[in-house]
Design a protein around this ligand. Structure first.
Ligand code: NA7
Length: 534
């Protein structure tokens, strides 16, 4: 038996060794808490450990998609590209783990099966799939927002004789599609990133598209030494500026309204942002996510761009989304639309009639079989709640989290749940999380959680748990904020609509990073208002 099974004095068990779990461990250690991280993968990196599909890269610029808790770390690391690719992001995660000597407190290849609160002892008991049992005063879920891959239940799925891949669970050794006929199902961000690369390699690529997606060009590039030096000199001010924006990204969000701007001016602004590249595009006008009419001006601009990039007008039409731009997460592309000009790429629209079945030899759609050697499922994730619901989490009185969340997630500030004392979720549902830059949003949660644990230690308190009424009020506020935006209107994973049977609830908090930080700070300053401490 593992010696660590006997560690009865652990302050915290942290589930997950992605960016959230790694920093949580480092922070707790620094404050003198004992903590152990349990990680299903064989290495650190979370999202960037699992999502090794070709073309995987961040869609927030690398210099911002990075930790800021250590100025030394920030100064010593040099990003090579505007948007770092997965291997570089994984190297960064690994560097952080080594630099702060984190691995000695991480159990790899260890999947958590259950976590139950022992009321008498006031401790969490965590059991893993490989038979470990740990107990700790606090259990901190750093399980990620997009970490439970969604493989739809296609008819005939198991009959397929070729190779099967999911973008969120890509083989470590990589995949060589040279000479292969490949099908891709899905056209979200993972598909948009991987399709151009797979198309360049495969003999033929057939893309099955249910919903066309908006993508703006990345204009990715190598970062020059003088740019990096400038960023490093300005890091503190850049990070401070970022904290004042809705998304926690240092962006120039316009305070002009599209509908109060002339058509020529509007187009000029869209063009300027299109040429700059990236998610910044949607910051062009302040009314884009609240007014259909304003949104349409932006959507029209992008649709025209798609038509200018795709030679065949019928394919351009099929690739042109008809829904609200920014409602589903905007994609950032490198040559995506142009890929459909290639002779070896076929687009199959399955928006009106779903894929009939997976067959032993390929994919059947509209009654026709497309024979392939491999199928890539770029079908996304059971977002935000999926990874948590996979674990049998039990709070007071044996209450199951899955049960509590059966009509949609309920959490106070997206960080803790009534009925589950001493359980924290980093970037959980009800927090800004996926609507913000993940790194600063993770850091804010980690620091808030660590502060609350320190507060309790200083006062010799053993338990923290949200009061039901405070949780209720917050859940109401999260829903109300979402309902005021156009993001509420489409079938996105923000709403859980991509998973059959999942309740339609807007999961992240859309009120903006500054407002959320202020609320969290107020709660803490008020002695953890809305929480019961004992
Ligand atoms: P997404 O954005 O959820 O995309 C999944 C894609 O798979 C999307 O185009 C779906 O179509 C499609 N899909 C899902 N189920 C099916 C079925 N049954 N048939 C056909 N097509 C299907 O996941 P990604 O991995 O691309 O990106 C996730 C996030 O990671 C992204 O937003 C960034 O934040 C990074 P649908 O749109 O549901 O009609």
């Amino acid at each position: 038996m593992d010696a660590r099974n006997h560690e009865a004095d652990l302050d915290a068990v942290i589930v997950g060794a992605g960016f959230a779990g790694m920093y949580m461990l480092h922070r707790l250690r620094g404050l003198g808490f004992t903590a152990r991280v349990l990680e299903a993968g064989s290495g650190v990196g979370g999202t960037w450990y699992w999502n090794r599909y070709p073309g995987a890269r961040c869609d927030v610029e690398s210099v911002q998609y990075s930790y800021q808790f250590s100025s030394d770390l920030q100064q010593e690391w040099d990003w090579t590209e505007r948007y770092a690719a997965q291997p570089e992001l994984l190297r960064y995660a690994d560097h952080v783990a080594d630099r702060f000597d984190l691995k000695r407190d991480i159990d790899f290849n260890t999947r958590v099966k259950s976590a139950a609160f022992d009321e008498a002892a006031g401790r969490w008991v965590i059991e893993t799939a490989n038979g470990k049992r740990l107990s700790a005063r606090f259990c901190i879920m750093a399980t990620g927002c997009l970490s439970s891959p969604n493989l739809p239940d296609f008819k005939g799925l198991e009959s397929f004789k070729g190779d099967r891949y999911h973008t969120g669970y890509w083989p470590k050794e990589g995949v060589d599609f040279t000479g292969k006929r490949v099908a891709v199902i899905g056209t979200g961000s993972s598909a948009v990133q991987s399709i151009p690369i797979m198309a360049a390699q495969a003999a033929h690529l057939t893309v099955f598209q249910r919903t066309a997606n908006y993508a703006v060009p990345a204009h990715n590039k190598a970062l020059e030494a003088d740019y990096i030096a400038r960023v490093k000199a300005e890091y503190p001010t850049m990070r401070a500026r970022a904290r004042t924006t809705m998304t926690g990204i240092d962006f120039d969000y316009s305070d002009r309204a599209a509908l109060e701007t002339s058509a020529e001016d509007r187009t000029r602004e869209y063009e300027r942002r299109w040429n700059h590249g990236g998610l910044w595009f949607l910051g062009a006008f302040k009314d884009l996510m609240v007014s259909d009419e304003a949104n349409a001006t932006c959507a029209d601009f992008v649709r025209a761009k798609i038509h200018s990039r795709v030679r065949d007008p019928e394919i351009a039409r099929l690739l042109s989304p008809t829904n609200t731009i920014g409602c589903k997460r905007l994609c950032v592309d490198i040559g995506y639309y142009e890929t459909f000009n290639r002779g070896n790429v076929t687009l199959i629209d399955v928006s009106e009639r779903p894929i009939d079945a997976i067959t032993p030899e390929g994919v059947r759609a509209h009654g026709r079989e497309h024979k392939v050697d491999a199928i890539v499922f770029a079908t996304g994730f059971d977002a935000m709640t999926g990874a948590l619901n996979k674990i049998d989490i039990r709070g007071r009185g044996g209450l199951a989290l899955r049960e509590k969340w059966s009509a949609g997630p309920r959490a106070y500030l997206g960080v803790a749940m009534a009925g589950f004392p001493n359980l924290y979720t980093i970037t959980g549902p009800g927090s800004p999380s996926v609507l913000t830059n993940m790194l600063p949003t993770i850091e804010q949660h980690v620091e808030w959680i660590a502060d609350s644990m320190t507060y309790m230690r200083d006062r010799q308190l053993g338990r923290i748990e949200p009061v039901a009424a405070a949780e209720e009020e917050w859940v109401g506020h999260v829903g109300e904020a979402a309902s005021r935006t156009l993001r509420y209107t489409c079938s996105s994973w923000y709403l859980g609509v991509n998973i059959p049977g999942k309740p339609r609830v807007f999961m992240p908090y859309i009120g903006g990073f500054p407002k959320y930080i202020a609320k969290c700070n107020d709660v803490a300053a008020g002695g953890y208002e809305g929480f019961a401490l004992a």
